[in-house]
Design a protein around this ligand. Structure first.
Ligand SMILES: C=C(OP(=O)(O)O)C(=O)O
Ligand SMILES: O=S([O-])[O-]
Length: 257
């Protein structure tokens, strides 16, 4: 039983469709991960082993980490950048084979640093789906100068086309920093117009990358405790859960929970 259970607001439990939290794992060791899972595993739905970090560790460690995540019902997956590298090297099917063998259950398809034609993107999404992975496709470019060339209409088109091709979730790029990219301005504040338009596409499927606390708070206040959020730092997972439940001043008494 949880401490103070008589005042803690309830939130939908896993497996959940909404209120998804995606955590960014930047190369944690197994013991740190075990500790984290023990205290926060129930608040995490997906764990992304950021960009190419999983390629720097022994296969056995990655397998053990994936197993640990799965034992807490957390879906582990490799960073979109690693997929992009595999794609550039013409090793997409080997990438899926290896991901499967390592125990990853989801795959991120992104073009943050590469160029992939819309047709190719749709093919890749459906092939990944056919292989039995949960598909998370990302919309946005890593370089702010390239990202700002994508207007809102382009993003809406991409979201809809990815969903039609079979994506389970659409990730809105904000990187680890969360500034000057996607729905955020240079200070990391939300660009309301952009947010409103993207939110009209399919809120259930969208995961907003929101690495900063002000972003998490604003999105929770706007869309409620069960908004899907990603790129959450491991040490911020419990903190985010308090925001979702009104257990922190920023949202206390302000949520319908
Ligand atoms: C962390 C990110 O990069 P990657 O998907 O390459 O891990 C991201 O896109 O937010
Ligand atoms: O490389 S990152 O921060 O998406």
């Amino acid at each position: 039983m949880k401490a103070f259970n008589f005042i803690t607001p309830y939130r939908v439990e896993k497996p959940r469709k909404n209120g998804i939290t995606m955590m960014l794992d930047k190369g944690m060791g197994l013991r740190v991960l075990e500790d984290l899972m023990e205290v926060s595993g129930e608040y995490i739905d997906f764990a992304k082993l950021g960009w190419g970090t999983s390629a720097l560790h022994d296969r056995e460690l990655i397998q053990n980490k994936a197993e640990m995540y799965l034992s807490y019902d957390v879906n582990p997956y490799p960073g979109g950048t690693l997929f992009e590298l595999a794609y550039m090297k013409n090793k997409f099917s080997e990438f899926l084979d290896e991901s499967d063998k390592l125990g990853f259950t989801a795959i991120e398809i992104s073009d943050g640093s590469t160029i992939i034609s819309p047709e190719e993107r749709r093919n890749i999404i459906s092939k990944t789906k056919e292989r039995g992975f949960t598909v998370i496709s990302e919309v946005g470019k890593k370089n702010p100068q390239d990202d700002c060339k994508l207007d809102t209409e382009d993003r809406v088109k991409l979201i809809n086309s990815d969903i039609n091709a079979g994506s389970d979730r659409i990730l809105i790029e904000a990187r680890e920093g969360g500034k000057g990219i996607g729905i955020y301005d240079e200070c990391g504040n939300i660009k309301e117009d952009e947010l409103e338009i993207l939110a009209k596409t399919n809120m259930e499927k969208i995961i907003w990358e929101a690495p900063l606390k002000n972003q998490q708070t604003d999105l929770i206040l706007k869309f409620g405790p069960n908004v899907n959020l990603g790129n959450i730092a491991p040490e911020e997972v419990t903190s985010l859960e308090t925001l979702r439940r009104g257990l922190r001043g920023d949202t206390l008494g302000k949520l319908d929970i």
